[in-house]
Ligand binder design. Structure first.
Ligand SMILES: Cc1ncc(COP(=O)(O)O)c(C=O)c1O
Length: 398
């Protein structure tokens, strides 16, 4: 008997692009979260409202022993996370290395019972790429700009009828920044319930809504749900590599059994800082900072698009520091991204990484001056295509 040949490995194109270049360019507009906080800034946010807790942590920080921490997250941290979800039990929380590990262990656990996955696309391509790499089948449910990037629940139902038994929902969405309307989400949950399917809800952008109206979590709406989240986007703390999955205590126990294999435990220092960041008054201070960066920069971004006089347009995002820009030039998005990186020192994400040729994903969470400079450089390149006929049209070989 011969074993089946492994499928060719599908790289995670966007992450590869970012991890290769993000620290080697002058201006990084490839990020989807707000400008990260320093430890000092985090402590300062907490000082006015939770002074005692901040003082206690800052006194103990230098003596913090870098032992292995509680491997599914400290009890205090899991209690603070559970308090963010209606009716949640801290035993249902597993703290992970970012949302990425939360997604990985959820996928690993659910792939054991279902190889057929549906995903609302476009999305962050981690889970779709892993489903394919690990031998599963992906049923795409395409979101369209003409529908405001809203999913059609009938199309989701069709994938369940075709055999999908897990649905990936990224809400708010990356790269569109759209939030799914409540009635549509209810219809999707009802559809999953009819088929006994699981939902993996990647909610890492919740808390980063521009209008401050939190995106309702799917947790608590239906039992067969795993929600994943992290401090990377709304909280501006991606370097802590601190995320979580929340589900029933039974499912959380299964996920924890898998993090024993993947990372053992969250970093002790990250657990301590995350516990502080999720203290209710500090959390609201952090999210307020996020909203104020997003709204100020979103205005600047809108002015920039207007100044391009039709060379670019965008669907205004509702959450996250990302805008999906459709550009007019007949040039492949990867070619533009590469020119921007190599000749202009600006890193952006090519829409082709999401299967959306003719678009770029631009982060707008940077300090305002840096953002303005980056956008000006992008504008210079987009204007330069006005007369150019030397570049190939979308998708054409060069
Ligand atoms: C939708 C989504 N999920 C998960 C992640 C992973 O982020 P992290 O591991 O930093 O939480 C990202 C990062 O861009 C993302 O966009």
């Amino acid at each position: 008997m011969t074993s089946p040949l492994p499928r060719p490995f599908l790289p995670f194109e966007m992450e590869r692009w970012q991890s290769t270049w993000e620290h080697r360019v002058e201006i990084n507009l490839s990020e989807s979260g707000v400008h990260p906080l320093s430890t000092r800034e985090l402590l300062e946010i907490g000082r006015s409202t939770a002074g005692d807790e901040v003082e206690a942590l800052s006194r103990s920080l230098l003596d913090l022993r870098h032992e292995y921490g509680q491997s599914n997250g400290s009890d205090r941290l899991r209690a603070r996370i559970a308090a963010l979800y209606p009716g949640a039990d801290p035993a249902g929380v597993v703290v992970t290395q970012g949302g990425a590990e939360a997604n990985l262990v959820s996928l690993w656990r659910l792939l054991e019972q279902a190889g057929d996955w549906a995903a609302l696309l476009p999305t962050y391509m981690q889970v779709p790429g892993l489903v394919r790499n690990l031998g599963g089948t992906l049923h795409p449910v395409r979101l369209r700009e003409s529908a405001g990037w809203q999913p059609d629940p009938d199309e989701v139902e069709a994938t369940f009828r075709a055999g999908a038994r897990v649905l990936l929902v990224t809400n708010p969405n990356n790269p569109t920044g759209a939030v799914i309307e409540a009635e549509r989400m209810e219809a999707i949950v009802a559809s999953a319930a009819r088929h006994g399917s699981w939902i993996v809800a990647d909610e890492v952008y919740s808390g980063a809504e521009l209008d401050g109206d939190p995106t309702p979590t799917v947790f608590g709406q239906y039992p067969r749900v795993i929600c994943t989240h992290s401090l990377s986007k709304a909280y501006g703390l991606p370097g802590l590599r601190l995320g979580w999955a929340i589900s029933s205590p039974e499912m959380a126990a299964d996920l924890w059994a898998r993090t024993d294999y993947t990372s053992i435990a969250p970093a002790t220092l990250s657990d301590a800082l995350a516990t502080l960041a999720l203290e209710p008054s500090i959390r609201s201070g952090v999210l307020k900072r996020t909203r104020s960066i997003l709204n100020a920069n979103r205005a600047l971004f809108g002015e920039w698009v207007d100044s391009l006089e039709g060379r670019a347009r965008f669907h205004p995002p509702e959450a996250g520091a990302i805008a999906l820009v459709n550009y007019r030039a007949q040039v492949p998005s990867m070619e533009i991204a590469e020119r921007l990186r190599a000749d202009f020192g600006v890193l952006v994400v090519a829409g082709s990484h999401f299967g959306l040729e003719g678009t770029l994903r631009l982060g707008f969470g940077n300090p305002a001056e840096e953002l303005q400079e980056g956008l000006d450089r992008i504008g210079t390149l987009l204007r330069s295509y006005d007369s150019g006929t030397s570049t190939p049209p979308h998708g054409a070989p060069s």
